[in-house]
Design a binder for this molecule. Structure first.
Ligand SMILES: NC(=O)c1ccc[n+]([C@@H]2O[C@H](COP(=O)([O-])OP(=O)(O)OC[C@H]3O[C@@H](n4cnc5c(N)ncnc54)[C@H](OP(=O)(O)O)[C@@H]3O)[C@@H](O)[C@H]2O)c1
Length: 282
């Protein structure tokens, strides 16, 4: 099998590249291929002729998207359209990474794959519009929504908390946004399993269970054996440019249809902390 990871230099792309053994693999970062360039996308896909493409490239700065909406749509929606069109021309299958931020967060039960999109931020809108366009171009593509990614090898919430905890006696963390933190290594394995199973349609994949950012920070501090105080605050107290859903837990039903179960988030956090301590071993 021939596979291509677009966004191979990112937080999720790195473990995808590591875990994707047994396939003839091409990985691209933004320097190798800018997905805004339709011709370059088409040429590379024609040349490599992969069976599967995982599109993990995106402009992921959720607050940055609010002030740079033109760039956000150009990369996250139009770039995805360029990749899907090239897949259609070459016959490659596509798995596109989307986000829990396509939902408005007003539900208080896990979001199902067919729940109504109602994004509240520019980033969420770019992903929701990309999903709709991709389903028109390639009705058999797989749209994988995930949430709250973290991993070794890039900026992420646990890393920020641990760095801040090293210099501050107390941290204020929002306690009114609930979701499922997801370890990129676990997600990479699930993505590759879905490709192997020829997955299509919308699939939700996050680590099991859910928590608030405050709960997550407390567990990070505790698991790392630190004593830093973590104080709960509201989103209003920590105002950010982009609104976040208050509740964005994703139902695992669509994933269970493929016989796949993801580990609980606490278990995943323990393995992340281990990998962070000994990155060379992984
Ligand atoms: N992070 C989260 O919490 C989260 C949650 C839900 C869904 N997601 C989605 O999951 C996917 C992976 O996220 P991530 O956290 O791994 O992202 P990330 O660490 O920010 O990496 C983004 C990747 O996209 C590439 N990229 C950016 N602009 C590009 C362009 N114009 N053309 C080609 N490549 C470009 C980057 O390349 P360079 O590094 O070489 O510039 C990098 O490889 C994204 O689709 C994201 O929207 C993320």
């Amino acid at each position: 099998m021939k596979a291509m990871i677009i966004g191979a230099t990112g937080l999720l792309g790195k473990p995808l590249m590591r875990e994707c053994t047994g396939a003839e693999l091409t990985g691209t970062g933004s320097r190798d291929l800018d997905i805004r360039d339709a011709r370059a996308v088409r040429d590379l896909i024609e040349k490599k002729h992969p069976d599967w493409i995982v599109l993990a490239a995106a402009y992921t700065d959720v607050d940055g998207c609010e002030s740079n909406s033109e760039l956000a749509f150009a990369v996250n929606r139009d770039g995805a359209v360029n990749v899907a069109s090239a897949c259609k021309a070459s016959g490659a299958k596509l798995l596109f990474i989307s986000s829990d931020y396509v939902f408005d967060g007003t539900k208080n039960l896990p979001y199902d794959a067919d729940d109504q999109r109602n994004p509240q931020s520019v980033y969420g809108r770019t992903k929701a519009e990309a999903e709709l366009r991709l389903l028109e171009i390639l009705p058999d593509c797989c749209i994988l929504r995930t949430s709250w990614l973290y991993g070794v090898g890039g900026k992420c919430f646990p890393d920020t908390i641990l760095k801040l905890a090293a210099t501050r006696p107390a941290l204020d963390v929002v306690n009114d946004q609930r979701g499922s933190p997801t370890y990129t290594v676990d997600l990479a394995r699930v993505i590759l399993a879905l490709c192997a199973k020829n997955a299509h349609g919308i699939v939700h994949a996050s680590n099991g269970g859910n928590c608030t950012w405050f709960d997550f920070a407390r567990e990070i501090i505790k698991s790392a054996g630190l004593k830093t105080e973590v104080r709960p605050v509201s989103s209003a107290q920590m105002a950010r440019p982009a609104p976040r859903p208050a509740y964005s837990v994703l139902s695992a039903t669509s994933l269970h249809r493929y016989g796949i179960e993801m580990p609980e988030w606490e278990d995943a956090l323990g393995r992340f902390l281990e990998e962070r301590r000994t990155p060379a071993a992984h």
